[in-house]
Design a binder for this molecule. Structure first.
Ligand SMILES: Cc1cc2nc3c(=O)[nH]c(=O)nc-3n(C[C@H](O)[C@H](O)[C@H](O)COP(=O)(O)O)c2cc1C
Length: 196
């Protein structure tokens, strides 16, 4: 049974810094035999959560848009990576809308007390943040907190982040001395089922 690694590209900028890093992580995971999938959140129609609370009764989101395609993928994946740059110290709207829609997982866990089924491999779920930011001394704390809260709804352990400040222009990450290699190694560790 192959380990499933789900990469969520959360920047509106295609082939930008975080997506380039995500590609490396997924390549590293694939090199260890993992089944990888990349989802471009900005290409999907994911409306914001309406706080209708229907999920408090059903555990599912009532809004019929592309989030419904992600729901089963989130349940199946053993490893989840959110790749998102800092926008105003948090994550971009596309990534935040996705995170907010995971309120249905929050409801399932904390209101309905209905645990997720185990993964196919039996491995625990684990998640990571990949991020870049233009500011040379910026803190990634706000984004990390949001991602940890999102992962908690899936009972996924936080495996850590790979974050690079001082990276602004599209493709600037390619000039970083170690970032791409670090991302590839993170993916390799993920793909081999090692816990970070
Ligand atoms: C709307 C917007 C808000 C941003 N806010 C911040 C910020 O608060 N702090 C920061 O250091 N960089 C900020 N940036 C810069 C991006 O984080 C940076 O360019 C990043 O490398 C972009 O990654 P990407 O190429 O994957 O989109 C912002 C960029 C945009 C477009």
């Amino acid at each position: 049974m192959r380990l499933k690694v789900l990469g969520l590209a959360g920047s509106p900028r295609r082939q930008g810094n975080t997506e380039l890093l995500l590609d490396q992580v997924l390549a590293g995971a694939a090199s260890k035999g993992a089944q990888t999938e990349k989802v471009i959140l900005s290409r999907m129609e994911i409306a914001p959560c309406k706080a209708c609370d229907t999920c408090f009764e059903t555990g599912r989101c009532v809004q019929q848009d592309d989030y419904q395609l992600l729901y089963p993928k989130l349940i199946k994946a053993e490893r989840i990576i959110l790749a998102a740059p800092l926008f105003f110290t948090g994550v971009p709207a596309q990534a935040k809308a996705f995170i907010d829609r995971c309120q249905c997982f929050w409801a399932r866990k904390y209101v309905l007390k209905k645990p997720l089924p185990p993964t196919d491999t039996g491995l625990e779920r684990q998640g990571f943040l990949i991020s870049t930011a233009g500011g040379p001394k910026i803190s990634f704390r706000c984004a990390v907190r949001a991602v940890k809260a999102f992962l908690d709804t899936l009972d996924a352990q936080y495996g850590g982040e790979l974050s690079f400040p001082g990276v602004d222009e599209k493709g600037a990450i390619l000039n970083h001395p170690t970032a791409l290699e670090e991302a590839f190694v993170l993916g390799k560790n993920m793909g081999s089922g090692e816990k970070s």
